[in-house]
Ligand binder design. Sequence first.
Ligand SMILES: C[S@@+](CC[C@H](N)C(=O)[O-])C[C@H]1O[C@@H](n2cnc3c(N)ncnc32)[C@H](O)[C@@H]1O
Length: 180
Amino acid sequence: MSNQRTDNDKFGFQYKVSLRSETVKDNQNILDCFSGHGHIWNEVRKQTGLELIITSIDTRNDKSSVYLKGDNIKFLKAMDLGQYDVIDLDSYGIPFQQLEVIFAKKYKGIIHITFIQSSMGRLNNGLLTSLGYTKNMIKKCPTLFSKNGYDKFKYYLANHSILRVNELSLKKKHYLYFKL
Ligand SMILES: C[S@@+](CC[C@H](N)C(=O)[O-])C[C@H]1O[C@@H](n2cnc3c(N)ncnc32)[C@H](O)[C@@H]1O
């Protein structure tokens, strides 16, 4: 079991690096909204040899590196997103609220997403209501409406005219990008 988890993590990381390497060009500006320790983009830099200008955001508290500390929603709302070629949403869950801000601001560029729905995980009400499910329906049986979360997420993207995504999946983890 623990080996399997290690393999999933290893392949997941490689998938993330390879998808990002496909999209990036020299001297691009990247907004890394869930930057953690920046492992993914460090590896992209290493593998591609490209110069990348990265703005990192994270809620964690680490004085040894430079990044914008706090909830990325706050920064996404406040920042001029037009300066970024790529926005990275490498979340632990489903970055629905972040996408809502990005769509509302009519951002144009590449978005990378990590989508993970835990087995008991509920889909965000906003995502479900945007697909036509009413709050009453969801309240009656939240688990029913949270089934096939990734399919529903892609319908949500389709409602925003994103009909084609580039994706790699590993069990319940999905890594994808698209261009707006
Ligand atoms: C999957 S890890 C990111 C790993 C990272 N992309 C890397 O390359 O090392 C998710 C990170 O998101 C951060 N995080 C979670 N919610 C956040 C939020 N609302 N705003 C900013 N950072 C957040 C966590 O502290 C964690 O470091």
